[in-house]
Design a protein around this ligand. Structure first.
Ligand code: SF4
Length: 381
């Protein structure tokens, strides 16, 4: 990752050349749910950038705020949730910064947001059955998606739908186009949903657990398909998953979320080989590696994610953290700041984070820099 936007939009360039602006900049996004029995801060100050032609992986356990982040970007957060702060800046495909829209300021049900969803941004979900109407053919729904965003006649849109189905690897697309979602296998339904998401040639694709419901072989085929499509049309991908193996295969950059907060962010190689945050390290320890001894139980993260209504004070991870420093971590919330070149973490183990909050130096033994964790090969397929 040569270009990098750090902190609040200050653009840095390690090579000294012209700097490419991100396609999407999320800044201090806050999405809360207001329920009768309390308020849940589902996303509480998330910031990250997404670049054209690159994949940003957002990872974390269930309930950490990944999906709400994606739904916030598309302005499809279900009530009683709503965005209460932050910016979601979508730039023009050229990335000049001159044509920038703050999606957080748009009417979620308005014409402009409807044009952006499906037009500029495509979305694929874990379960395609929920995306397709059971009473219309897959082809008709793709045709409708095309005509919603492109001035195209019915026949031309149908031809385009067949072409899209072929592009995503649906066999006999001329026949499949007239089938209903329930007539397709899980893998074919997922491919058809990707075709629908690509209907208007979006520059950003948000993929929320796109392969979780699929068997391993189909999962691999779908991930390869996303890589091929990205190489073909240069779209940016935001990939949301709990699966670090998928992140290792697909992502260029990674955002790690915990309890609605971004706790670590950086290039995929650094996240896997030199993770900074104890939560990231714990996540990585809990996945099998080729070097794991056979039949050895994998370590798990102690405790469970606190209930969102009972969010702990201080660092959100302190109730489970093996490195917790009482009197600091349970009192002050660590900010997300750069702790290494291109890598940010929100953890008081790092002097940069303590300096940012004027927190006291930890007792002897605290504040250490952890050793690299995994020898696993990381990279795009
Ligand atoms: Fe652990 Fe403290 Fe770092 Fe939080 S701030 S992750 S509790 S060491």
């Amino acid at each position: 990752m040569g270009d990098r936007v750090m902190g609040d939009g200050v653009i840095g360039d390690e090579g000294g050349g012209a700097v490419r602006a991100p396609l999407l900049s999320v800044r201090d996004l806050k999405t809360y749910f207001f329920q009768d029995d309390g308020m849940v801060k589902a996303v509480d100050g998330a910031s990250f950038d997404v670049f054209a032609g690159k994949t940003l992986g957002i990872v974390g356990e269930s309930g950490c705020g990944k999906s709400v982040t994606a739904r916030s970007i598309m302005r499809i957060v279900d009530r009683p949730g709503r965005i209460v702060g932050g910016r979601i800046l979508l730039r023009s495909a050229k990335g000049t910064g001159s044509n920038e829209i703050d999606l957080a300021q748009l009417n979620a049900d308005g014409a402009q947001m409807r044009a952006i969803n499906g037009g500029e941004i495509g979305l694929i979900f874990q379960e395609p059955m929920t995306s397709f109407s059971p009473v219309h053919t897959v082809g008709n729904q793709i045709v409708e998606a095309i005509r919603l965003h492109r001035a195209m006649g019915k026949q031309a849109a149908r031809d385009r739908a067949i072409e899209l189905l072929r592009l995503v690897g649906v066999p006999r697309p001329e026949g499949r186009v007239d089938e209903y979602a329930h007539q397709l296998s899980g893998g074919l339904r997922q491919r058809a949903m990707i075709a629908m998401a690509l209907a208007a040639d979006p520059k950003l694709l948000i993929a929320d657990e796109p392969t979780t419901a699929l068997d391993v072989t189909t999962q691999s085929q779908i991930l390869n398909l996303l890589v091929d499509l990205q190489e073909r049309n240069g779209m940016a991908i935001v990939l949301i998953t709990h699966d670090l193996g998928v992140i290792a295969e697909m992502a260029d950059d990674v955002v790690v979320m915990y309890l609605g907060r971004v706790v670590e962010e950086g290039p995929v190689d650094d996240i896997f080989h030199a993770p900074k945050h104890p939560y990231t390290r714990a996540l990585l320890r809990s996945i099998p590696s080729v070097d794991s001894p056979p039949r050895r139980k994998l370590p798990t993260i102690s405790g469970s994610i606190p209930h969102p209504y009972n969010r702990p004070p201080g660092c959100p991870f302190h109730t489970r953290c093996p490195d917790v420093m009482p009197g600091l971590c349970n009192v002050v919330e660590p900010p997300l700041v750069p702790v290494a070149l291109g890598q940010m973490a929100a953890c008081f183990l790092y002097p940069e984070v303590r300096a940012a909050t004027a927190a006291p130096e930890p007792a002897a033994g605290g504040g250490r820099t952890p050793a690299p964790l995994l020898p696993t090969a990381v990279g795009r397929r």
